[in-house]
Design a protein around this ligand. Structure first.
Ligand SMILES: Cc1cc2nc3c(=O)[nH]c(=O)nc-3n(C[C@H](O)[C@H](O)[C@H](O)COP(=O)(O)OP(=O)(O)OC[C@H]3O[C@@H](n4cnc5c(N)ncnc54)[C@H](O)[C@@H]3O)c2cc1C
Length: 395
């Protein structure tokens, strides 16, 4: 957004509570690599120029990439400046920060979709002898007690961490709710390549039947690794991870799991095959079939005959529970009346229901790719154009 505002000669400042690339520097685990290939971090006027476009960046590489971009565009960033309040004043907005106050006509909220782990209420009834962790404080398996680990959540974060902990010798039980299964590679190409080419990631928020639902869809079960490994439930079962259903409650030290595991896995397989059908159709219609491997389908997710519906956590040897149940934004500093009954910001594709306020980086904000690094460019172009015409009208 800063780059787009500079292109339009709009005077602005970027307030950052930490350093440039703060979330990548402080909120990620050690082994994490981007699950988007290198070529798929296209920022306005800046892309990947290395020799491995199909690789996946490590965290130090990701941080260096964002740092380089901020430098290259001379972004007017004020680091170590935490915004504590944004409130309407004099037809614009009063901004209170740890480094003094500002007054501005427009505000772009780009504080991220993942400021806090989203954990279910059942966490309150976990026996005191069991340690609990979230992806925000998890760094590596060395930090986890020896013994069993219950990982709750089987999307990108949960499956990646479950694999790593299982390989460290601590037996993992994975509690599986709704999830989105995709292969890392299909017909010889990265799934993200297919989704990009076939226009899946460019689908717009105003062309989707149920945008509320689309905004809640969990992240793809994907990981970035040099071997381009698929980390789906079958891969995890093969290395010894035990699958159980969605966690329904914990009472008197006993965890209850929903009986929906098989259905959720069947549904995920079905949706994956629908995506692959769409890719195959796109490939045939656009003359790609000669360049890629032939279509094929993957083994259905294997679920044991009677997965446990309840276990005594301590007796089962569970020493740690890791809540990989998603993330949520922290907008507690925003004192503008734009929240709905569920505490979500009311907006139309990032144009917030308050004059001159814009939102970035949220799931399916304007496009399916909006919450990815690669989604920022198009959204920032659209929203900076809106912001510029808002300022023109005001003048
Ligand atoms: C575990 C994980 C893995 C991911 N992997 C990928 C991936 O592989 N590929 C991909 O494209 N995307 C990935 N994402 C999504 C990724 O976070 C976004 O693509 C990208 O970081 C969004 O950038 P952003 O600037 O909107 O948000 P962020 O990167 O979260 O930046 C928000 C910034 O706002 C600052 N901030 C917050 N509150 C305040 C405040 N009150 N005052 C001042 N500053 C504040 C924060 O310090 C932070 O620097 C991943 C996300 C997570 C959580």
């Amino acid at each position: 957004m800063s780059r787009c505002l500079t292109d339009r000669s709009i005077d602005h400042v970027v307030l950052e509570r930490g350093e440039v690339g703060n979330s990548w520097k402080t909120e990620r685990w050690d082994s994490l690599r981007l699950l988007t290939p290198n070529w798929q971090s296209r920022l306005p006027g800046f892309g990947y120029d290395g020799s491995d476009p199909d690789g996946y960046r490590t965290m130090p590489e990701t941080i260096a990439f964002i740092d380089r971009y901020a430098e290259e565009i001379s972004a007017p960033v004020r680091t170590h400046t935490r915004v504590s309040s944004v409130a309407p004043r004099d037809g614009g907005y009063a901004i209170a920060t740890s480094e003094g106050d500002w007054q501005c006509r427009t505000v772009v909220i780009a504080t991220g979709a993942c400021n806090m782990p989203s954990v279910p209420e059942v966490t309150e009834t976990v026996p005191s002898s069991i340690a609990t962790l979230t992806p925000f404080c998890y760094r590596n398996p060395g930090q986890v007690a020896e013994g069993g680990v219950l990982v709750v959540g089987a999307s990108a974060t949960g499956t990646q961490i479950a694999e790593e902990i299982q390989r460290s010798g601590r037996p993992v039980m994975l509690s599986v709710g709704e999830h989105v299964r995709v292969p890392r590679v299909y017909r010889g190409r990265d799934i993200k390549w297919w989704m990009d080419k076939a226009g899946v990631l460019d689908e717009r928020y105003d062309q989707i039947d149920d945008i509320e639902r689309a905004r809640k869809v969990p992240s793809l079960q994907l990981a970035g690794s040099p071997e381009r490994r698929t980390v789906d439930l079958n891969a995890l079962t093969r290395i010894g991870v035990q699958l159980v259903g969605r966690i329904a409650g914990i009472q008197n030290g006993k965890a209850q799991f929903s009986g929906s595991l098989r259905n959720l896995c069947t549904l995920a397989d079905l949706k994956m095959n629908r995506l692959l059908d769409r890719i195959d159709q796109w490939s045939a219609e656009n003359g790609f079939d000669g360049e890629v491997d032939p279509p094929h389908r993957f083994e259905a997710t294997v679920v044991e005959a009677s997965p446990p519906l309840g276990i005594d956590l301590v007796r089962h040897g569970i020493r740690t529970i890791l809540w990989a149940t998603g993330f949520r934004p922290d907008l507690s500093w925003l004192h503008v009346p734009v929240f709905d009954r569920k505490g979500r910001i009311r907006h139309d594709g990032g144009v917030v229901e308050a004059p001159g306020v814009y939102l970035m980086g949220m799931p399916f904000l304007r496009r399916r790719k909006s919450s990815l690094i690669d989604g920022a460019a198009d959204d920032a172009r659209d929203l900076s154009a809106h912001l510029a015409s808002f300022l023109d009208h005001r003048r």
